[in-house]
Design a protein around this ligand. Structure first.
Ligand SMILES: *Cc1c(COP(=O)(O)O)cnc(C)c1O
Length: 387
């Protein structure tokens, strides 16, 4: 098919040409003198993206690896962890915790809203023996398009006077939705390269607090590849304890330059604006947004409910085959019932409108009942003709 494929899933996202060019270079000796400058540059400049002055560990791994790293570095075998099931990614993280030998306790959610800080506070208050060692929350639940209020979760731990670590997955929110590791009192922040950071898959991150480092010093879960200690030692001089993903680090260097040029505040505002225009389109189509709490709307993706009797995956197939656009599928509990529009990363007004055109043409082509005019509504929203 002629023209560019539209990769409008909520990660991996479209990689800008600038980043592709930056990676298209010879791989250098990661123990040679040329590497340290690159290592130091990315390790230093990634910190403000997390809103931290502390250290950020970079793994050559997918986000799942960084989930595991956060747990195995700070916890001991059998430790209880409190997890909030906002959706499929929260569920997968708790399954991983169980397989790693921890004891996850899951607060069920409705898959249509973010985490409930009150439920977390109530559970922590009942844990007077402080058996729970960590509270794990997904900031932007990519399977539902719902954001959790992390400062409110922090406040819940504080109100309960509970010493558990706070761990937050920002894999689909970092560099797209406002996030502050230090100011919000998070102990381990987990992120990945292939969503808001606009890179290909293959890098993931742990931002760590002093408290997390102190827990790591006494945690007894065996770990080697994921261990923070050798990483931190090598990182102090810009190096890595094993072969890093050098070419992805070239890309990260360029991605950080792009984020610095635009400014994080502008990046967040751009995502907010495109998300709002997307919701204007969905409402105009007379379709339902999966997220039922407006304060929890995600700025990086929108999950849309299919009308009764219509299969979301059949619809996505029509869109792919006719318009060469990939939309996100429903995962877990909502498989076949929703589709997800990714609007994060390297994105502008026309990318959004092209995406929404594909969604609207697909609704027509697939025979899904809808009201025409969603794209017009999004244009009006972008133009400031509404609100
Ligand atoms: C994509 C995603 C993951 C999984 O990351 P991988 O890189 O596929 O391992 C985990 N959590 C969230 C919130 C995600 O969006």
């Amino acid at each position: 098919m002629a023209g560019r494929h539209f990769l409008q899933i909520p990660g991996p996202t479209n990689v800008p040409d600038r980043i592709l060019r930056a990676m298209d270079r010879p791989t250098i000796d990661h123990r040679g003198p040329g590497f340290a400058a690159l290592g130091r540059r990315v390790l230093e400049r990634i910190r403000p993206v997390f809103g931290t002055q502390g250290e950020v560990i970079i793994y050559p791994a997918s986000g799942t690896g960084a989930w595991e790293a956060a747990l195995v570095n700070t916890l001991s075998p059998g430790d209880a962890v409190l997890m909030y099931e906002t959706g499929q990614f929260a569920r997968l993280w708790s399954e991983l915790a169980e397989r790693c030998g921890f004891a996850p306790e899951v607060i069920p959610g409705d898959w249509r809203s973010g985490a409930d800080p009150e439920a977390i506070r109530t559970r922590l208050e009942a844990d007077s023996g402080h058996r729970i060692k960590a509270v794990c929350v997904v900031h932007n639940e990519t399977s539902t398009g719902c954001v959790s209020d992390i400062p409110a979760v922090r406040a819940a731990l504080d109100a309960a006077g509970h010493p558990a670590l706070l761990m937050v997955d920002t894999i689909s929110s970092l560099a797209s939705i406002d996030y502050r590791h230090d100011a919000w009192g998070v102990d381990v922040t987990i992120a990945g390269s292939q969503k808001g950071l606009m890179l290909p898959p293959g890098l993931s991150f742990n931002a760590v607090s002093e408290k997390a480092l102190a827990s790591a010093a006494s945690a007894s879960t065996p770990c080697s590849y994921w261990s923070w200690e050798p990483m931190r030692k090598a990182n102090a001089s810009g190096m890595f304890p094993y072969t890093p993903a050098t070419n992805l680090l070239y890309g990260l260097d360029e991605a950080l330059t792009m984020l610095e040029e635009e400014g994080l505040a502008q990046v967040f505002a751009r995502h907010d604006r495109h998300a709002e225009a997307t919701r204007c389109a969905v409402r105009a189509w007379d379709l339902e947004i999966l997220c039922r709490v407006p304060e929890h709307y995600s700025s990086s993706l929108t999950a849309v409910c299919m009308p009764e009797g219509h299969d979301a995956d059949a619809y996505r197939k029509v869109v792919l085959e006719n318009y060469d656009m990939s939309l996100g599928s429903g995962l877990g509990e909502v498989a076949g019932k929703i589709f997800r529009i990714g609007h994060l990363g390297d994105f502008n007004d026309l990318t959004l409108l092209g995406t929404l055109c594909g969604v609207e043409m697909g609704l027509h082509k697939a025979g899904v009942p809808y009201r025409p005019g969603g794209v017009q509504a999004a244009m009006d929203c972008l133009d400031g003709k509404v609100d």
